[in-house]
Design a protein around this ligand. Structure first.
Ligand code: ATP
Length: 236
């Protein structure tokens, strides 16, 4: 299997504060990888640096074997990378307009089909498509963000804590979507999460602790290791 994403020795952070220290990880095509880490471990910083929302201090990011470290987020999105975070849904646009934004670079006819496909998956959004996104509940707004990220049927989806603030029902819906997109379109996922429920669908797990990767392996291997207790409870 070839790598869709490879991050090599990436250091990154904010002015005057380094958060990530030489992080390396890779995700194969069609694989669901879960990045576990406690609050403040650097998960968001890692996803943002991968997409290019934050410019890394050093290290490299490869997509499909191409060095894209310096590419802007838009360029990466065009190459089939999607990014989901709790932000980004535009409250003053309708649900339909928000959804179409996720496929802004698709051809018109293609976009139409893909919008229809997403409405099949999210009948609630279809029903409310003319309403402003700002009128949705927090959970529905996140599902719109999810639909928008997935509409282009991306090769790789970077998801930042999809379960945060969601009811168990919505969490299950996210998990089903991940499974479905993996199966239907061969999408790979890198999902930053604190919710261990996502381990149920993880082919591969990374643990991020204090800006460093402290575990790489399968769920079974994770269960044998003490990486989680160290990351979450500071047991060393
Ligand atoms: P959480 O689940 O709390 O979002 P996380 O693992 O995603 O945690 P990050 O959000 O990447 O962690 O934060 C890592 C560190 O970087 C934290 O110490 C945080 O305070 C700091 N940080 C995050 N965003 C900024 C910013 N814009 N400017 C300065 N420091 C930041």
């Amino acid at each position: 299997m070839s790598e869709i994403l490879s991050i090599q020795s990436l250091s990154s952070g904010y002015e005057g504060m380094q958060v990530l220290n030489r992080v390396s990880l890779s995700v194969d095509q069609g694989v669901t990888a879960v990045l576990l880490g406690a609050n403040g471990a650097g998960k968001t910083t890692l996803l943002k640096s991968t997409l290019g929302i934050i410019s890394p201090m050093s290290g490299e990011v490869f997509i499909d074997g191409n060095n894209v470290t310096k590419d802007k987020p838009e360029a990466k999105i065009r190459k089939g990378i999607a990014y989901f975070s709790e932000f980004g849904v535009l409250p003053n646009l309708s649900i339909h307009e928000n959804l179409k934004l996720g496929g802004f670079f698709l051809h018109h006819s293609d976009l139409k089909d893909k919008v229809a496909y997403m409405y099949e998956k999210f009948p609630d959004l279809k029903e409310k498509r003319k309403e402003l996104a700002g009128s949705l509940s927090g959970g529905q707004r996140k599902m719109l963000g999810m639909a928008r990220a997935l509409i282009s049927q991306p090769k790789l989806v970077l998801m930042d804590e999809p379960s945060a603030g969601l009811s168990p029902l919505f969490v299950n819906q996210v998990i089903s979507l991940v499974k479905e997109f993996k199966k239907e379109f061969g999408s790979a996922f890198l999902i930053a999460e604190q919710n261990v429920k996502f381990l149920d669908i993880a082919d591969h797990v990374f643990v991020l602790d204090g800006g460093e990767i402290t575990f790489t392996g399968t769920v079974a291997e994770l269960q044998e290791s003490d990486a989680i207790s160290k990351a979450y409870f500071g047991v060393h």
